[in-house]
Structure formats: C-alpha cells, structure tokens
Design a protein around this ligand. Structure first.
Ligand code: 0X9
Ligand code: ZN
Length: 778
C-alpha cells in the first residue's frame, strides 16, 4: 500500500444559498448559529468494501473521502462515494455495501442537533460544539478568571489572518521554582478541521486544570512543577470552513485546495502516506513547513527549547493512542523510548477506560498506517519530546458527527489520560490516592490507606515513602514508614484517634537523587484531613453471594436486559461496563451476556432485601451505579431511577434519576452516598431499588449496580454515672451538671425529661434530678 488515506478533497463548488453570508468577510461568517450553507454530500453514500491488496488503492481512489481510520488489507474500508465512485467499486468487483444512503442527511441531522443544543436554555458550554470565535473567547475568559494561573497569547496567524491562540497554565512563581524555569507540555487541537471533538476536548483540559488547581492535589502538584500550553485550534481557517461551508473539510484553506497540516511537518517530510496532489486529502504542501499554521506551532515549540518535554496532538476519530514513529513502513523507534512509549500509552489507556469504559487502543502510529510529515514524528524526532497523537471518540459509529452528548465523557476520560501523561513526563514523582479520601475513618483504631507513587522523570527511593500525621489540628506531625504492596502502591497506617477527633496528614517520598516531594505538595501547610468516627456496617453486598435481591418489572428474561447478577462479559463496547466496580468480580447488570442484551421495551427493577437501620439514625447508604444510553440509533431517551423505602417497599421516595442526558448517562461507575434520614425514617426495613427503563425506541440502555452498603456513622453520646451527671467532667456531680439540667429543662430538651409523665417538663423531673444528684457518683 503506498498511501493509506487517499481520496480527494471534498468538493469544490460553493452553492451559496444564503447570499448574505457569502458576501461577508470570513470573521463575520463565524456566527454562533451560522448554518452550513453548502450541501456537498447530497446523493453521496457511505459504503463498505473489503478489498484485497491489489484493489485497495483503486478502491480509495474511487472515493470522495475515506471514512475509515484503519484502512488495510483484510479490514473493512468505508468510503464516501458519488454515483461514479459507486459504479467504479462495482466494476472492481468489490460489491459495495451501503451503510448510509445519503451522507448529507447525516450531516444535516447532526448540524440540526448541534444547533438545537446550542440554542437550548441553560445549555452549558460543553453541551454542544463551539465555533472558533467562541473557543477563543472561552479560553480568554478562563485566563482572566485566574490571572494567577493562566494567560493567553497569539503565537501566529493563519493564511486567512485568524489568530492562532494559546493558553499557558502554571502555578504562581515560588522561591526556587519560577514558572519560567518549569518544563513545558504542549497540547494542540484541530490540525484537522472536521474533527470537532478535538478543540472541545483540549479546551476542557485547560478549564479543568485551572478549575481543579485549588482542590485537586494532583493538579496542583502538576501545575506547580510544569507549564501546560494549550493551542485549541491550530487550523482556524479550516475549522471555520467546516462550520460555514463544507462540514467534512480536513485541511487548511491554502489556495482553496488546502494543505493537510499533519503531512506538512518537517521531519521525514514528503514520504509515504502523503500526497503531492493538491486535490488529495493528504496533500503535504509544497515544502516542509510551507504553511503558516505549522510554522507557528513549530516556532512556539522551539521557543521553549529543551524545556519542551511532551506533546499531544488531538484528532478524531478511532479511539487510539498513537506513538512515534509513523513515517514509513517498518520504521523502528529506538529503545529505550519504544518501550517507554508503549508502557506510557498502555497506562493511559487503562486510566481512560476507568472513567467511562471507552477503550483507546495504544499502538505505534505506523501500525495504523504510515504517514510522513505528521506532527508527532517531528516533536519526537526533532525535539526529543514524548509526543503522542490521540484519536478521540468514537470508533466509527458516528465518526466526525459525534453527538454533542459525548463531548463531556470524551473530555473527562481524556482529562485523566492527560493528567497521567503530564505527570509522567514532567514530575519527578507523582502521588495519587488509590481510593477517594472519605470524610470519616474508624475511631479508636489505626486505619490503612493506599497511595500510588508513580515515577515520572525521577527514580523513587522505595524506602523513602513516609507518612506524617497528627491527631488534632496543631502540634508536631509524627512520621512512620510505608509498606510497598505491589506495583506503584504503598500502604500507610493513620494513627488511631478518639471519636470526633480530626486526623491531619501528608506524605513525602524521595528520588534516588535526594529530592523530596510532598503530597499534597503543600505538605504540612495544608495537609489532608479526616474525622474519626464510629462506623458500623449495617449491610454490605459486593454481589458475590445471593443476599436476597429481587428482580421485577415488565420485561422478562435476561436476553431483554433484565437485572442479572454476573461478571461483566460484554467487553464494554455497547455502553456496558467492562468490569464490576469494586473488583470482586460480580455485580448486577442489565443482561450480562455479550451482544444485544440491553434493556428492551420496558423497565427492569432491582430491589434490595430489607436493611435494618433501626439502631442507626445517621445511616448512610452507598452504591456504585452505571448507566449508559448513548449508544444505538436514538440515544438519550431513557433513564434509571434510584429510590428508597423506609417501610419495606410499601412506598418509595426518589433518590435520583440518572439520564436521559448528561455526562452520567454515558457510562462509567459513579459512586453515591446518601443519608437515609434525608429521605425516610431509618427503621428496621429500609430498601433501595434501581429501575432501568428502555422506553424510547432504538436506544441501547445498559445499567449496573455494585458495592451496596449501609453504614452508621457517629460518636456515641458521652454518658455520665447517672441521669444527673449531664456535663463534663463526667463521673463527678458538680455545679456544671445543675447548669446543664436547668438549661435543658428550660429548653424542654428530652435529656431533662427525667420522670413520667414523659413529654411534660414539670416538678417531678426536678425531683428526679435532685434525687440522682444527691445520691452521688459511686
Ligand atoms: O492521518 C492522520 O493525520 C491522523 N489520523 S486522522 O484520521 N485524524 O487524520 C493520524 C496520524 C498518525 N500518524 C501516523 N499514522 N503516522
Ligand atoms: Zn486528524
């Protein structure tokens, strides 16, 4: 195969239906609600063929644009073709199968949805795709909201004169740690115009880094040790063109024919997988860095010199993490980089899959297809940076026409992947907690806590991981060691504390070179803090045994997606969880077999056995739940309702409705903890139930429940030697007890209601108090 993506640039002629828009300058056309005025894909089909080696080139040449992102022998090839192209494929004997009759219809439907969601009242910024000028304004607003952390700048200008904008994010200068001296990680979006999820995702990265600096110790540590530079739209002309003219345009706007910016980089420019024909989608340009957009991004990178250590170029679609080299078949990436890239991309893939279950395949870019002049090869080959290309969602069902509901889930999983990537490439060591820190730990006993200490650019001295802890909010921190428990995990033991007391702590670790890092990085100035309490388990279920849950509803059989206790087997490719939440193996799922076992045409209800909360006025119920209805033909029409009953199922009170839209309706295990008394009286027969419905037609509804437990949290009321010993010091009857009684009596508090008739505060209560007071403590 000579070139993997061939295909001509999508069509030329401008059918200006809105004459007004055609007459306006480019910037004025970048309107929030400007419709795409051309309909270049009218009558074109998306077809699938399975060519052999001999016919693959000819098949791609027959296409207007190649849709598949993993073309190759023995793989399905998806092509957008007109009538002539279709005839050519038949002529080649390839029996094309039509997937979409009229590509324009799909483009129109997507745009209609995009514009509808943009116009919705209360729509959030990430609820739909945003134009170039909206993205620029948004990052500028982000920077001005936190001038201590972020600033924007213009690093160049496009062929049509649009600004190439970057936002730089880093923590404030510190003595001995000036921002200017920190290593740089560069992220860019939108080299390819039609890949709309890319600028949305990288803008989200900027927003979350800024937003989490104050609260997430990992983000703070990262930004105090690195500069993150994000260029959200490096091909603004092409991007504006996809909004206003041709939705599936890929290149920049050079000469009207366009140059593929990701074939224009100057490392091994001009070789395989690029084209010298201006009309091709992979036209490489007249020379390396012939385009102002690539030149500007290159110069921005060069301006950081050897401080530039890492880079990611965000594209779509296919869900891939691609590492260099990729410029020619059989190209070798030298060790130790090859192994390092392989390891890092595999780790990122795992971290990302944990967020919503979406799998990103970590592979060498050449194994996708050879492509020369791509950015990642230049960043690695020329600058020595760790540089990846990420192909964002999805795997091809919607392709470039990704539904707006998937923006947030895509961005969320990539935030986690990015964080891991940036930590690994800029931090000496990076810490994270194995599980989120709860509010409470068990009183009167030591509590174990697992932390990960990941090596970034430093090497960990394994024996150096240390816990610094104290009980209370003042005094010295006592140190204790950590036990390695496999992989990057270490276990520390928090000191025992009495009920109601606060435990403060932080960790430190050292590199072999002797540098000390703290977690949180603020160390003792702002340590972690938890409260000791009596936590008693009322009910606990990891679903490894049958504890008496029942399944009801109006659908029957697990093949229609009725709740079923099992180990997930679906592999996570239809919105279903790839694994359970707590790692025990089993959980409840809506149809556990692989394939079409989502909820169909009704509601399936999973009801817990009764849980006895009668002695637990502060009981809290915890559960992990999964809900996805973003797959299938008509996504985002269904919900899962979670309810609680205080009377054994006699009546129900809603806790929450998950879906039909929003980030939590797109899969991913989400934990919830609720206080029973906020909904029902904590009695002897509290139940919860989960009702997953498929009421809309054609949506794929997948739900899961795991790790259900009920706990009582609190500190016992201190009690004295008798009913009159109402106040500290206990076991001594003194004037403070008299004061406490009189106060409670006046306030008609039950603690002063010492004698019948109960509920009445009268002289008999005073007599009872005085009697007990007079008899003294033993
Ligand atoms: O072809 C590209 O430029 C990238 N894919 S996309 O579909 N977004 O256009 C991938 C480039 C990865 N690099 C190599 N395969 N060498
Ligand atoms: Zn791309």
């Amino acid at each position: 195969m000579k070139s993997a993506i061939r295909g001509r640039a999508p069509l030329a002629a401008c059918v200006c239906l809105l004459t007004l828009a055609c007459g306006m300058p480019a910037s004025a056309q970048d309107l929030a609600s400007a419709p795409v005025v051309e309909r270049p894909y009218e009558g074109m089909r998306l077809v699938q063929v399975m060519p052999d080696e001999a016919r693959i080139e000819a098949a791609m040449d027959a296409a207007q644009t190649v849709w598949t992102h993993r073309p190759g022998v023995g793989r399905e090839l998806q092509l957008v073709v007109d009538e002539a192209g279709l005839a050519r494929l038949s002529e080649l004997g390839l029996s094309p199968v039509t997937l979409i009759e009229n590509v324009q219809d799909v483009v129109d439907a997507h745009l209609a949805e995009v514009h509808e969601r943009r116009a919705q009242r209360g729509a959030g910024w990430y609820d739909s795709f945003r134009t170039y000028s909206e993205i620029v304004s948004h990052v500028e607003a982000l920077a001005s909201s936190r001038p201590d952390l972020a600033s924007t700048g213009v690093f160049g200008s496009s062929i049509e004169g649009r600004d190439l904008v970057r936002i730089t994010i880093t923590g404030p200068d510190q003595p001995g740690n000036m921002a200017e001296a920190r290593p740089v990680v560069l992220f860019n979006g939108c080299q390819h115009a039609r890949e709309w999820i890319s600028p949305m995702t990288v803008t989200y990265l900027a927003e979350e880094l800024i937003g989490q600096y104050d609260t997430n110790p990992r983000v703070r540590a990262l930004l105090d040790g690195a500069r993150v530079v994000i260029a959200p739209v490096v091909n603004p002309d092409g991007y504006v063109y996809t909004w206003n003219s041709q939705r599936l345009w890929r290149k920049n706007r050079r000469g009207g024919y366009g140059v593929d910016l990701n074939r224009n980089w100057g490392y091994e420019w001009g070789g395989q997988g690029s084209s010298g024909f201006t009309g091709d989608d992979i036209y490489r340009g007249s020379a390396p860095f012939s385009e102002p957009e690539t030149t500007a991004l290159r110069d921005l990178a060069l301006s950081f010199g050897s401080d530039l250590v890492a880079h990611i170029d965000y594209h779509s679609f296919s869900q891939l993490i691609l590492w260099p080299f990729g410029y020619a078949e059989g190209v070798q990436t030298p060790e130790p980089d090859r192994t390092a890239f392989d390891t890092l991309s595999t780790e990122m893939s795992g971290v990302m899959q944990d967020v919503h279950g979406a799998f990103y395949d970590p592979i060498q870019s050449v194994d996708l297809y050879p492509a020369s002049g791509a950015s990642t090869d230049w960043f690695y080959g020329e600058m020595g940076a760790t540089s990846f290309t990420i192909e964002l969602r999805d795997t091809g069902f919607f392709g470039f026409e990704l539904p707006p509901e998937q923006i947030i889930p895509t961005a969320e999983e990539n935030f986690e992947g990015m964080l891991h990537f940036a930590e690994r490439t800029t931090q000496l060591l990076a810490f994270s907690l194995a599980a989120p820190l709860g509010e409470y730990v068990q009183a009167e006993q030591a509590n174990e806590l697992d932390v990960y200490v990941v090596e970034g650019v430093g090497t960990l001295d394994d024996s150096s991981v240390t816990l610094h802890a104290r009980v209370g909010a003042s005094g010295a921190f006592a140190t204790s060691g950590a036990t390695p428990v496999g992989g990057d995990a270490f276990r520390v033991s928090l000191p025992a504390a009495a009920c109601g007391e606060t435990i403060e702590f932080f960790l430190t670790a050292q590199t072999l070179a002797g540098q000390t890092l703290a977690f949180p990085s603020t160390g003792e100035a702002a340590p972690f803090s938890v409260e000791a309490a009596q936590i008693s388990v009322v009910f606990e279920d990891d679903f490894e045994t049958d504890q008496g849950w029942s399944v009801s509803g109006n659908i029957s059989g697990t093949s229609s997606g009725a709740w079923e206790r099992a180990v997930p087997t679906g592999g996570g490719d239809r919105g279903d969880p790839a694994s359970d939440f707590d790692g025990s193996g089993q959980c409840f799922l809506t149809g556990a077999a692989d394939g079409n076992t989502d909820v169909d045409d009704g509601t399936t209800i999973l009801t817990s056995p009764p849980m006895d909360a009668s002695g637990a006025p502060e009981a809290r119920i915890h559960y992990a739940r999964w809900f996805s209805n973003t797959a299938g033909g008509s996504p985002n029409e269904d919900v899962m309702v979670v309810e609680i009953s205080g009377n054994n199922g006699g009546s129900w009170v809603e806790i929450e409705t998950v879906g039909p839209t929003g980030p939590e309706a797109g899969g991913g295990w989400i934990e919830r903890t609720v206080r029973v008394a906020d909904y029902v009286t904590p009695g002897a027969q509290v139940r919860v139930r989960f009702s997953a419905s498929d009421l809309g037609s054609g949506s794929v509804v997948e739900a899961g429940v795991d790790a259900v437990h009920m706990q009582e949290v609190g500190c016992p009321e201190p009690s004295g030697c008798n009913i009159a010993d109402m106040s500290e010091p206990y076991d001594v009857l003194d004037f403070s007890d008299v004061v406490a009684f009189l106060g409670a009596f006046a306030a008609m508090d039950s603690s002063a209601d010492l004698s019948s008739p109960l509920g009445v505060f009268d002289f008999s209560d005073v007599v009872a108090f005085l009697g007990a007071f007079g008899s003294g403590c033993p």
